[in-house]
Design a protein. Sequence first.
Length: 128
Amino acid sequence: MFKVLGIDHVVLRIEDLQRSLGFYRDLLGLPVEREQAGIHLTQLRAGRSLIDLVPGGEGAGGAPNVDHFALEIQPFDEQELRAYFTSHGIAIVESGLRYGAGGEGPSIYILDPDGNKVELKSAPETQR
């Protein structure tokens, strides 16, 4: 349905590894690249980038340890994305035009199982 194109990496503190893998690996389609058991780190490949999952819970003050991160995807079809995520019980919490590394284009925001905001943004070649 869509392909994630990139970000360098983001490290997320998570509550439950299996639940997070269900979201990032199974729902978003990001494969596990490597696991470092000694430091409890699981790295998922997101195009040219990595998302690191580290069990350990919430960030400072009880808030998620990141505001959000953006994954560049293609193709970007908001209606198809809405249908896809709705079928998996994931709500789109915000949508609109946003400025990113490739310029301004459409994006949507969803939340992962730990409440981290994930922006899915159109790739430059698919921006309208």
